[in-house]
Design a protein around this ligand. Structure first.
Ligand SMILES: [Ca+2]
Ligand SMILES: [Ca+2]
Ligand SMILES: [Ca+2]
Ligand SMILES: [Ca+2]
Length: 251
């Protein structure tokens, strides 16, 4: 592979390289120079490229001196002078896309709750009160979990189940099987059940998932009947009333 001399200005694609250049080239052999030999100034982790000419079809990352190669899983670390997602620039730190999740910084695990693409509000992990982005079939890891388009809606095995494939399951396993992440490893929920965070449930009667997943009934009801919350055989109590033993308090 072609390598430029450390003392050739054209070789300086980055601040890091510039610092190496200044240090190395100041060691010109004069008696006043008592530093270590030139090679000692080369960063030990410096990569194989000096300029983008060394990277056919790609370009040389300034911070690593390695040809840009898409990180797997895809993510971007801000402010490190390395373009992990190969979009031709290093991301700034902060919350650039204003989706409530800070960019991933050096030393942070990209799968640990930082924004793996802080330039797209369509990409963010769940964190605190901020919901993660929905995983949609767009070739991106929208929820920053390290998997691209793993949702049931993007999964041929779930689609093969028919119209309710994305209701009975929510994820495609890494081996391509349709599964419910609330009850992993058992495949899609049985016909008539919905895949919710608590597993496979009947949303027509489940008080914690009444009508829809993650839709619990309040204290004004004590059961879920035909997908609707109820207090006994009646509708839920008025706002301040707590349903007890199937009855609302006397007003
Ligand atoms: Ca970066
Ligand atoms: Ca963000
Ligand atoms: Ca994902
Ligand atoms: Ca996606």
């Amino acid at each position: 592979m072609k390598r430029a001399s450390l003392c050739t200005p054209l070789a300086l694609g980055a601040l890091v390289a510039a610092l190496s250049f200044v240090s190395a080239c100041s060691n010109d052999g004069n008696a006043a120079d008592s530093g270590p030999p030139m090679d000692a100034f080369v960063r030990p982790d410096i990569g194989p490229c000096a300029t983008s000419a060394d990277c056919p079809g790609s370009y040389c990352n300034a911070g690593s001196h390695r040809c840009c190669e898409l990180a797997d899983p895809p993510y971007e670390i801000c402010g490190d002078m390395i373009d992990q997602n190969c979009d031709m620039h290093d991301e700034s730190c902060g919350d650039n896309d204003r989706d409530g999740i800070q960019a991933c910084m050096t030393g942070q695990d990209p799968l640990g709750g930082c924004d793996c693409d802080d330039e797209s509000a369509m990409v963010r992990p769940p964190r605190g009160n901020v919901a993660g982005a929905d995983e949609i079939c767009d070739g991106l890891d929208n929820n920053c979990n390290g998997r691209i388009d793993e949702a049931a809606a993007c999964c041929p095995a779930c689609q093969a189940l028919g119209a309710d494939g994305a209701t009975r399951a929510d994820v495609c396993t890494s081996s391509g099987e349709c599964d419910c992440s609330g009850e992993p490893g058992v495949g899609a929920c049985a016909v008539g059940l919905s895949c919710c965070s608590s597993g496979c449930v009947d949303v027509t009667s489940d008080v914690m998932n009444c009508g829809f997943c993650e839709a619990p009934c309040t204290d004004q009801a004590d059961r879920c009947t035909h997908s609707a919350c109820a207090c006994g055989t009646d509708p839920p109590c008025a706002f301040t009333g707590v349903c007890m033993a199937g009855a609302c308090p006397m007003m």
